[in-house]
Design a protein around this ligand. Sequence first.
Ligand code: CP
Length: 325
Amino acid sequence: MRRRNLQLDAQGRLRHLLTIEGLKRQQIVDILDTAESFIGVGDQPVRKIPLLRGKTVVNLFFEASTRTLTTFELAAKRLSADVLKININTSATVKGESLLDMLRNLEAMHCDMFVVRHGDSGAAHLIAQHVAPHISVVNAGDGRHAHPTQALLDMFTIRQQKGEFAPLTVAIVGDILHSRVARSQIHALTTLGVSELRVVAPRTLVPEAVSGLGVHVFHDLHEGLRDADVVIMLRLQKERMQGAMLPSEHEYFHTFGLTEDSLAVAKPDAIVMHPGPINRCVEISSEVADGPQSVILQQVSNGIAVRMAVMSMVLGRAPVDEEAR
Ligand code: CP
């Protein structure tokens, strides 16, 4: 209970963004609407608005990242915040300083927001429990637990492409077991009320508890993709696998890889999504990843506006006023 409420203040406004779980439909819609208002900033001659001028955002990435780290940095800069990236490998943590002591020192430098990616589930919650009252924490991915801004940019992309959520059949395909992205997407899609949500994966890559989340489980790719409106492919999270969970990548691609043939059983106007990084010929063929139904790079672009929305909302600076735009 405490975990769910930690991200809301006494008035129910977003103070941190740690997980999608527990957010109400209207809170998710508010974030998507706020992101919509920021989309045009990227097309302006000067891609900046002064909404977070004077604020300092610190990116604390304990795990590798290309998309999330870069789009958080771009989003903060487009809002005119000062942005610091702590290089964990050259920080004083390598001399034995604890994470919480490092945060205390960053607080003493008058930072306003920590954007945290960590390999341990619950790391962002732990940090949010210990930061000073004026600091907001945004979870940029923690272990297998949650990747809320990824799920929000995915919802933004689905709404942009399809309009309403209610009529949609969505299939999430791949390594559900190890995927923080899948968990956050499942919470977002069920809260937004899609018609049918499917997970499609080998038996070894589906957590037992998943059917309790309101999804239909499929172990056959073609059955799972049949008449889907949205197909979300996931990477095999080999860095989180213990022991052999699959015969081989070749075999996996043969049975669960998205190709032009397997995509043909989805609706003709189905969109193909992937949070990245993609592994070509492991979970998706190049023809599909680069094909006309793919919105994978659109997801990346949308990540900037969605992260602008989240940062401005947790710092209490949204909605945008006209003067600021
Ligand atoms: N989707 C995603 O989290 O990608 P990165 O690991 O590159 O940030």
